[in-house]
Design a protein around this ligand. Sequence first.
Ligand SMILES: Cc1ncc(C[n+]2csc(CCOP(=O)(O)OP(=O)(O)O)c2C)c(N)n1
Ligand SMILES: [Mg+2]
Length: 603
Amino acid sequence: MSPSHPAAARQSAKPAADASIAAIERPNSAGANTPGFGSDVVADTLRALEIPYIAVTPGASYRGLHDSIVNYLGNSMPQMLLCVHEESAVAIAHGWAKVTGKAIAAAVHSNVGLQHATMAMFNAWCDRMPVVVLGATGPADATKRRPWIDWIHTARDQGALVRGYTKWDDQPASPGAAREAILRGAWIANTAPQGPVYINLDAEMQEARLAEPLPPIDAARYTPTVTTAAPADLVQQTAAPLKSAKQPVILSGRTARSEDAWNARVALAEALNARVITDLKIGASFPTDHPLYVGAAHALTPDSAEALRAADLILSLDWVDLAGAFKLAPPSPAAKIIQISLDYRIHNGWSMDYQGLPAVDLFMSADPDAVVPELVRALGAGGRPCAAAPPRAAVAAEDPPGFTNEHMRVLKKVVDGRAVTLTHLPISWEDRWWTFRHPLDFLGSDGGGGVGGGPGISVGAALALKNSGRLPVAICGDGDFLMGVTAVWTAVHYKIPLLFVIANNRSFYNDELHQERVARMRDRPIENKWIGQRMADPEIDIAAMGRAQGALGFGPITNTVDLAPALEKAIAAVDAGGVAVVDVRVEPGYTTTMTAAMTRSKS
Ligand SMILES: Cc1ncc(C[n+]2csc(CCOP(=O)(O)OP(=O)(O)O)c2C)c(N)n1
Ligand SMILES: [Mg+2]
């Protein structure tokens, strides 16, 4: 595999630490330093892997490792990112991976810290994003435990808490084993299909003096590049039906944030004259102003469903839920289904996030990013003429409640001409509101549907985008923002520029829809749907929540006339290296497509 190949790039990219962040929290020099303790070996291994950051929420169970990072490594490579909640620590690592395709580390306290981290780990798992989560346990040797606290914070099998949604976990019993576990964990996390791993470091092992230094090792030899391409004959076998298809459709699923991968997908679609459907669950994968583009949603837009039903060939490039798409829009029985995916390799019995089992005619066990350029080559030069698709309207046909066409018009006008990365979107989003022309224009959703992930994921993404020239914009629901709000403090503290725009309907509105559905089914009063859902009386002051973390807070903005000046000031603050939170009051409500998708029911 050539180094310029996207799949190779995913494994070999070495994200640099940011110099201005590096200046924050400099420890006093600990003098001449040689590895003397178990946790020094752990710290050395993180450095050998060139992991630039470790997002932490502290705890005594890993005080040994904490000391090693600060006083042995000098809080550099990895540098600590202090987080107010473990869920933020893992979400920040998740967001970093969404941009870079590479794992950083997160450290969480024994038992209780891991319990806080679990939802974020589940989000990263479902999103197939690599994170190396380090945890700890009270001494496994009961004779070494302090009374009470070391006992309640020791578990027989802590990894069991997260085993259903990690690729691998371990509890190494010696510094040598810990080094091997971290090398193996980082390697597994970063290898496609990617995902989080958990390594539980025994407190006693961390704190014990080394009997003798470990011999040096070459980390690269323990984390070899894994080939995820397909055999040439299978590529040829797949190219044949693609060539003869009359109405092919590409379901453009999981892909790296790589321009090469992006260009290859465009080349493939154009070579086949295939219509392309994308997915809001994953990051941008195809230009949404291309004539072959059909639409994106969390499920399927009506246009996408129509295209699928009419297709004589459907090529899934690791589409997250292929069986689900076919349930919504059953393809013609004559249609040939081709699936390219490695995802089956990490399916397990705990979580059903693997989705339904789709009927396929040809399956290729490979990373689509590795295969698409090969397919383009196999199809040969000279694509078919592009069907002139009807031009897509710039705004949605309907003007939904919640964020309206007018809110979006103002936001787009204010950021016009700038490279924007949408790090997160609210639940109700209209595909036509924004044009994606680059893989970093949109990073996809939280993966696991765990509300509260938006802020942390956005902070991690903004960290990775710092100095890229891109403006990171997180558009979050109020519920999502409030659940994860303290991640904002981490962004402010480490000078990570980021704009939050909150679609504040003062409600967990998604669930109002569900109560409405149930009331309809049972012929009970729909007007009670807001009870137990609305965050009113008092309304939570979102801008003040931002200010409380050190960000600039704007709003509440109750009309679109005030929105433009607030956004302009907020963006100026972000351009100056700050974090801004704009509270936009919107009416509770979703687009028709989203409402239909949320309240779907047999009855
Ligand atoms: C951790 C978690 N708790 C509860 C839910 C159920 N849930 C799904 S969407 C939602 C509402 C989210 O509120 P908000 O972010 O304000 O978006 P809105 O629905 O108002 O558009 C809730 C509570 C969830 N998915 N995750
Ligand atoms: Mg809400």
